[in-house]
Design a protein around this ligand. Structure first.
Ligand SMILES: [Cu+2]
Length: 191
């Protein structure tokens, strides 16, 4: 019976990592209302695929209508893609690109109840080329699995790479002193 190898556990961890989505309550404590500056609310925020927008409002006073870019600009209600009016609307940002939301009540859109969000892909895209990061901190295997008693179920982590020092122009005496210091440092790190 094959248990979950550490490699597979790491792979699962990597796959599960992008699932950490962020819920953004539109307007924060001011919610989805008249008199809120949503440009200010948007500043500094970045939205990525998997995040959610949460519109909280009184369904008697407001709604959330998704529109296209042109209708967003003109506050037109002629081509509404979808209207939500449950008072607690969660919009899943599943695709990259811009999404446009307005309130279709009266003239609320032209009074500022409009929100454009730009959704980007995964933010954590490390530069390719280094498949194995130098920091080799192997996470413990997830609990819940069967206790692995196999002899090769867990391999010890590889030793840290030696510190690389550039070319130093010094007298032999100082170099030997420096070398001895580095040796002591290395022994201290390993021990
Ligand atoms: Cu409204």
């Amino acid at each position: 019976m094959a248990g979950i190898t550490p490699f597979l556990a790491l792979l699962l961890l990597l796959v599960a990592a992008p699932a950490l989505a962020t819920n953004y309550t539109v307007g924060d404590s001011q919610q989805w209302n008249l008199g809120v500056n949503y440009s200010t609310w948007l500043s500094g925020k970045t939205f990525k695929v998997g995040d959610n927008l949460v519109f909280i409002y009184s369904s008697a006073s407001h709604d959330v209508a998704e529109v296209n870019k042109a209708d967003y600009g003109s506050c037109s209600k002629n081509n509404i893609i979808k209207t939500y009016n449950d008072g607690n609307t969660i919009i899943a940002l599943n695709t990259t690109g811009s999404r446009y939301f307005i309130c279709s009540f009266s003239d609320h859109c032209s009074k500022g109840m409009k929100l454009e969000v730009s959704v980007s892909g995964s933010t954590s895209t490390p530069p390719s080329g280094s498949p194995s990061p130098p920091s080799s901190s192997s996470p413990p295997p997830p609990s819940g699995g069967s206790p692995a008693n196999g002899p090769s179920s867990q391999s010890p982590p590889p030793p840290p790479p030696p510190p690389s020092n550039g070319a130093i122009n010094m007298s032999p005496c100082k170099i030997s002193t420096l070398f001895f210091g580095l040796l002591v440092l290395c022994v201290g790190l390993i021990a």
